[in-house]
Design a protein around this ligand. Structure first.
Ligand code: DGT
Ligand code: CA
Ligand code: CA
Ligand code: ZN
Length: 589
């Protein structure tokens, strides 16, 4: 571990070494820079502190000129030698250094001999055979580089939460089986339940009897584990590897932290960065020091830890209520924690039913009985069946006659069920002009109505907004499904005037959905918060189409929680009687 400043410094020295290697400098000098980079990355404390008390200069491998560069960075934020090196090469050359399997020597060769300056150029050199013809390359190496480019391109995007969960589950299960392991916890954006994940961060502690070598062995084993596609680095405190789960390639960072620092490290590596920056300012104002090792009291030259093993204690010792990871975005949570006004966030256990479920009658895979069984197993009080309407032809939407039969089946099954109430609903299409795909007298037979836009999503702002507002005017429409229509990684949201939609939802007594499917998470966290502030109820629905579907509820709950939702903000936290009254309030008497 090291402070963020140490990591930046380490990166600068590493990059200087790379650039010097491309330039063809003395290998001995290059190695000195690499070594300084490694030392900086693994310093036990902030480089500035170690420089101030003279201990940095005493570390073997850090000479006078390195100290001068570190000093320059600490006072100016840059190293002039680094900037001079950078100026000698096209910026795109740095991306080539990221290609697994190429390395600085390879970059030097392709730059000088083939005039390749970027990834596109490298791809061309592979395609036309000129790379394989280069001395020191050959078919095997070129194949590895081609694979490296593919990895780089596949892993450059962010991944969905369910994908990140799958990878994290794989790695944490493996870690828990290793000898000496004590604690394993995800950190970073995954622990904050962000809508997409850049890389997966995992922290572990080892039993107090473990040594430095045990940590190194664990990390070395991790990058060799069979689920790893490409090891990136393995040191004594941190290892990184690329893991392929069939879709995108995901980077996983595993850090071994001391038991006494587990809480501080968890706090630090959970982030967000902005939240951490604010927290550190608070510490400084109180005359304390906060880093990934502990919260310290400072007495002149001496300091001693007042919190470290337990994350909650970091907050309480700063005079704050502990803050749920899902709120740590510097969106007012620190102020609320100081005033004691943090919300009691919605929990999965408070959900009383699922209001958005498809069956084999339209495009689902399960029948009514199977869904009812699963809902009972989840402890739900009610389950609302919402198949598609006739205009959704691809989804085998129901016309009025088929819907009537489906309602009949639902009523009959419901009369046999104990403990669960099966509600008859629909996910009715909002047509191009904002009218609905069923007549009001068809809708009147249903217990709950979701209205959704499934076509014309790329229409102009006025049009998509008008359609949504008009649908809400219908007295039978209780909820707008996946209001913005986005599909993460696949399709942008509609150009919807979300403020107008929220205002109209409040005025028309209509809920907005938090679609729990990890492809959607729609509404998203910030929109959830806007809706709550406007007094609009949120309906968390799974939009379940298969066996896994109902279990996706947690993703919707976490998204709503990131929007500061409490039990009272969520429609499907109501009891069945409350829900029926809430629906009746909008309908004509
Ligand atoms: P991601 O991976 O892009 O989805 O987002 P994060 O939040 O997981 O970011 P990541 O993996 O770069 O770093 C994990 C956490 O470590 C981050 O949330 C906060 C902490 N951290 C990383 N870099 C810095 C930094 O430069 N300053 C501060 N204060 N914290 C940092
Ligand atoms: Ca991360
Ligand atoms: Ca990371
Ligand atoms: Zn839909």
């Amino acid at each position: 571990m090291g402070s963020e400043r140490n990591q930046i410094l380490a990166g600068l020295f590493e990059q200087m070494a790379d650039l010097m290697e491309i330039q063809g400098e003395d290998p001995f000098r290059i190695n000195t820079y690499r070594k300084v980079g490694r030392i900086l990355a693994e310093l036990p404390a902030d480089a500035a502190d170690l420089l101030a008390d003279g201990s940095l200069a005493k570390i073997q491998g850090i000479g006078k000129s390195s100290i001068a560069k570190i000093q320059e960075f600490l006072s100016t934020g840059a190293i002039s030698a680094h900037q001079q090196l950078l100026a000698k090469f096209p910026a795109s050359l740095l991306h080539l250094l990221d290609v697994p399997g190429l390395g600085p020597k390879g970059v030097k060769a392709v730059y000088e001999q083939l005039h390749v300056k970027d990834i596109e150029g490298l791809k061309a050199a592979i395609a036309n055979g000129s790379l394989a013809a280069l001395p020191g390359f050959g078919q095997k190496k070129v194949a590895a580089i081609a694979k490296g480019i593919e990895f780089l391109e596949r892993s450059s995007g962010r991944i969905r939460l369910d994908q990140a969960d799958a990878v994290a589950g794989l790695v944490t299960d493996w870690l828990r089986r290793q000898p000496g392991i004590q604690m394993v916890s995800p950190a970073g954006s995954l622990r904050r339940c962000c809508e997409t994940i850049g890389d997966v961060d995992i922290l572990v502690t080892l039993s107090s009897r473990s040594s430095q070598q045990d940590a190194e062995r664990l990390l070395a084993d991790f990058v060799k584990a069979n689920f790893v596609k490409e090891p990136l680095a393995a040191g004594s405190t941190k290892a990184s590897a690329l893991i392929d789960i069939g879709g995108p390639v995901v980077q996983v960072d595993v850090r071994v932290v001391p038991n006494a620092s587990f809480g501080a490290a968890l706090q630090y590596f959970t982030g967000s960065k902005q939240h951490n920056v604010k927290l550190r300012e608070i510490a400084i104002k109180k005359g304390l020091k906060l880093n990934e090792y502990a919260l310290f009291e400072v007495h002149g030259q001496k300091e001693h830890a007042i919190a470290g093993p337990d994350e909650k204690e970091i907050y309480t010792r700063l005079g704050l209520r502990p803050i749920d990871p899902r709120l740590r975005e510097d969106r007012g949570e620190i102020e609320a924690a100081a005033e004691g006004t943090l919300p009691d966030l919605i929990e999965l256990g408070q959900i009383r039913g699922d209001l958005h479920v498809h069956t084999i009658a339209s495009d689902g895979a399960l029948d009514l009985e199977e869904l009812a069984d699963m809902a009972m197993a989840l402890g739900y009080q009610y389950l609302c069946i919402t198949d598609h309407s006739q205009s959704s032809a691809i989804a085998n939407g129901l016309d009025a006659a088929r819907l009537a039969k489906q309602i009949d089946r639902i009523r009959r099954l419901d009369s046999r069920l104990k403990g669960l109430t099966l509600l008859a609903g629909t996910e009715v299409d909002i047509l191009a002009d904002g009218r609905l795909d069923y007549d009001d007298k068809v809708l009147a037979d249903l217990d709950f109505v979701i209205a959704s836009v499934h076509s014309g999503l790329s229409s102009p702002r006025e049009k998509v907004t008008m359609r949504t507002l008009k649908a809400m005017d219908n007295p039978y429409v209780n909820c707008i499904g996946h209001p913005t229509g986005r599909l993460l990684g696949e399709r942008d949201a509609m150009d919807l005037d979300i403020a107008a939609v929220i205002e109209h939802a409040a005025r028309t007594h209509t809920a907005l959905e938090v679609n729990a499917n990890p492809y959607r998470l729609d509404l998203k966290d910030l929109h959830c918060r806007m809706a709550i502030q406007a007094g609009v109820k949120l309906a968390i629905g799974t939009d379940s189409h298969d066996r896994e579907g109902l279990s996706l509820m947690i993703y919707g709950v976490n998204t709503a929680a990131r929007g500061w939702a409490t039990e009272g903000d969520i429609l499907n936290c109501m009891t069945l009687a409350q829900l029926r009254r809430w629906v009746a309030k909008k309908r004509p008497r």
